[in-house]
Design a protein. Sequence first.
Length: 124
Amino acid sequence: MSTLTQEDLKIIVSAAVGMATQDHKLKGQERDFLEKLMQKTGVKPEEVEKNADYKALAKKLSSKKAKQVFMLTIAAVAKADNELDPSEKHFIMSMAKELDVGIIDVERHSHTILEKMALDHLSD
């Protein structure tokens, strides 16, 4: 499987931070996942693009694997508070269509499963 570039990792982490802070509340599981993600990717807080157009950034991802990790990551963040806001679901569905990587049934999977899949894909 193709490797993720440092730029891919920055985009993925930036989108995760953006999604987590969208409601201006960073809850426990969101914060924990972001810390794990930043540790695993080596992306530092100052490298995170804040208030970016994440759809535009996602189009810069270098490979199908990067797009899949992006999708798993934003899905894990969306489910971190054990709720799936309609705007989060819409964003995930539109990104899946935009990136052409298939649909993730976010409602069916728990945050724990989505987090594990995202972090495992970073290691592949």
